[in-house]
Design a protein around this ligand. Structure first.
Ligand SMILES: *[C@@H]1O[C@H](CO)[C@@H](O)[C@H](O)[C@H]1NC(C)=O
Ligand SMILES: *[C@@H]1O[C@H](CO)[C@@H](O)[C@H](O)[C@H]1NC(C)=O
Ligand SMILES: *[C@@H]1O[C@H](CO)[C@@H](O)[C@H](O)[C@H]1NC(C)=O
Ligand SMILES: *[C@@H]1O[C@H](CO)[C@@H](O)[C@H](O)[C@H]1NC(C)=O
Ligand SMILES: *[C@@H]1O[C@H](CO)[C@@H](O)[C@H](O)[C@H]1NC(C)=O
Ligand SMILES: [Zn+2]
Length: 518
């Protein structure tokens, strides 16, 4: 690995040089009321765009790190950047999250083959396999509809970008703060007509035509034994139902009934390979890992999903952040200098939104941004493509005419521009639906507390996804191929081509300026 100083230089040298020139030529204006300030901001952005266009990185992407913010629609990104800025005592609107500074972006159309508004299964499948799928389905083409096993066969199963890497003998990993068998991480490795079939218990009520379908946890351990790093939650789907969970001391009703202990199966397989390996289930063990001498790492930190991680309130003794897991995964994977693919999911953005908790969605977005920064600092722009995107958006918006710098989690007071017909104040952030729906008087309510729920309009038990485009952000080799408005499955094709794996191996290998052994 190149020294850290060099890596950062790779990306920022040109930009800082331009900034230096500006500084030397004229004093930098910081007053937004001075028109010169905006001209300088605009010219700086222009110079950067010209430089980026001139220096396209056409290297081979030896490594790819893909971040998926589950449910991280554009309004979520905007609200998170304002919140992050305000936590640093700034106005907020002018701020950018770390990944928003990446030089290349594009918009992704997220609909599923059979749905206007997607779910994480169909959307994750599009990103991971390059083929759009039906809602609720993972790793199968659109002949398979949710829960219908009749078209589920070798022909309808799709290879993923992770498989394209393992097929070439390269290293791979998955990190999520949801269950590692949940829809988004599963879309990196599994094939199933129903995202809900995470463990064998979930398949008990399915029909006889589904007998040949393995649950997602079993597929992860038995069919994807080459994956080097698996970190997240979901222990209950791996333990047989005679083994008590180590943390709770109890047997969860979702534990396996087929007698398999998939954690032991995983350990047996690594022993047979003669590989160094560690299984951990808590932070104490995680902190003690010798990652330089670990070939395979399995961390299952909760019976179900991992806890929401809030930097301000986290119990640092027991809770793991997405950034810590991402860094550990990279430490294991980067030992393979032929290359690796790592998928990281910020799962709990989606969960915050589903319960009308803008605070959670925003803070989980900031937590994923920290994981992106950690990955950026550990890798080189020369050989590592970092992609950040969302699978779908949420029915979430930033409304009203709050003045500049107003607390993004606060209340928009009625003013002459927007007088509510009922005279009541309203929160800047809101939902078009969800469990906390209806008109609430927020006078005197602490709307920026972690427990507050922003109101929706249509009362629904669970707030819904939304169907507008999501953004994708990229830096590193072939990042410039990310542009325009695309079908979401395009992201797979960028990754496959940049890394010269899978189908694109037929035509990509000669065009790159440094090879896999470079
Ligand atoms: C933000 O400002 C407040 C009040 O001016 C101050 O107490 C606090 O330390 C500041 N925080 C940061 C991160 O600068
Ligand atoms: C299941 O899928 C098959 C093949 O696509 C289709 O013919 C059949 O009607 C579907 N069954 C149901 C219950 O939707
Ligand atoms: C464990 O699984 C077996 C086999 O399906 C079942 O008979 C038994 O009731 C289960 N035990 C518990 C505690 O769920
Ligand atoms: C973590 O796991 C180890 C090994 O099983 C155990 O000894 C330790 O008590 C656990 N720590 C916590 C905080 O649960
Ligand atoms: C946990 O660590 C973070 C970052 O180091 C710190 O900001 C926070 O205050 C700590 N939280 C607790 C409860 O110790
Ligand atoms: Zn969701």
């Amino acid at each position: 690995m190149a020294p850290r100083g060099k890596m950062i230089a790779d990306f920022w040298t040109v930009c800082t040089t331009v900034l230096c020139l500006l500084l030397c030529i004229r004093t930098v204006v910081t007053d937004e009321e001075n028109s010169e300030y905006w001209r300088q901001v605009g010219r700086y952005a222009l110079r950067r765009a010209i430089t980026v266009a001139r220096h396209q990185n056409k290297n081979l992407a030896r490594n790819i790190v893909l971040f998926i913010g589950d449910g991280m629609g554009i309004s979520t990104v905007t609200a998170a950047r304002i919140r992050a800025g305000q936590m640093n005592n700034r106005s907020g609107e002018e701020n950018l999250l770390f990944f928003e500074r990446f030089p290349h972006t594009g918009l992704m159309k997220t609909y599923n083959v059979d749905a206007q508004v997607p779910d994480s299964g169909g959307a994750g499948t599009a990103i991971m396999t390059g083929v759009k799928a039906n809602t609720g389905v993972i790793g199968c083409d659109a002949r398979v509809s949710k829960g219908n096993c009749s078209a589920y066969n070798e022909d309808s199963k799709l290879r993923t970008i992770l498989h394209a890497f393992t097929d070439k003998g390269l290293s791979t990993g998955i990190v999520s703060n949801s269950r590692v068998t949940h829809a988004t991480p599963a879309s990196a490795y599994a094939h199933t007509p129903n995202r809900g079939w995470e463990g064998d218990v979930d398949l008990l009520s399915s029909g006889p035509e589904c007998r040949g379908v393995d649950d997602i946890a079993k597929q992860l351990v038995m069919n994807n034994a080459d994956i080097k790093v698996i970190l997240g939650g979901g222990r209950r789907y791996f333990l047989d139902n005679t083994t008590a969970d180590p943390e709770t001391g109890e047997i969860d009703p979702y534990q396996r009934r087929d007698g398999l202990n998939l954690i032991q199966e995983w350990e047996k397989d690594k022993e047979n390979r003669g590989a160094t390996h560690s299984y951990v289930w808590n932070k104490t063990q995680f902190d003690q890992l010798d990652l330089d001498n670990t070939d395979y790492l399995l961390g299952l930190f909760s019976p179900s999903h991992m806890d929401i991680f809030d930097e301000e309130t986290a119990n640092n003794e027991t809770e793991l952040s997405l950034a810590d897991m991402t860094e550990a995964a990279l430490k294991v994977l980067e030992k393979d200098n032929r290359g690796y693919f790592l998928m990281v999911e910020g799962a709990r953005i989606d969960w915050g939104h589903h319960v009308n908790s803008a605070y959670t969605a925003i803070h989980e977005t900031i937590a994923m941004d920290e994981a992106v920064e950690r990955a950026f600092l550990r890798t080189s722009r020369r050989d590592t493509l970092i992609l950040v995107t969302a699978d779908h958006s949420h029915a979430f918006s930033i409304q009203g005419y709050a003045p500049r710098g107003h607390d993004i989690l606060g209340v928009t007071a009625p003013d002459s521009n927007s007088v509510p017909l009922d005279g009541l104040p309203y929160t800047t952030l809101g939902y078009t639906n969800g469990p906390f729906s209806g008109r609430h008087d927020v006078t005197g309510v602490e709307t920026d507390s972690p427990d507050y729920r922003q109101p929706g309009c249509v009362p629904l038990g669970v707030e819904t996804h939304a169907g507008e485009d999501v953004a994708a952000y990229a830096v590193g080799p072939m990042a410039h191929l990310l542009h325009g408005t695309q079908e979401q499955n395009y992201l797979y094709h960028i990754m496959e081509y940049a890394a010269c794996v899978g189908y694109s191996e037929r035509y990509c290998s000669n065009s790159y300026t440094h090879d896999r052994h470079g």
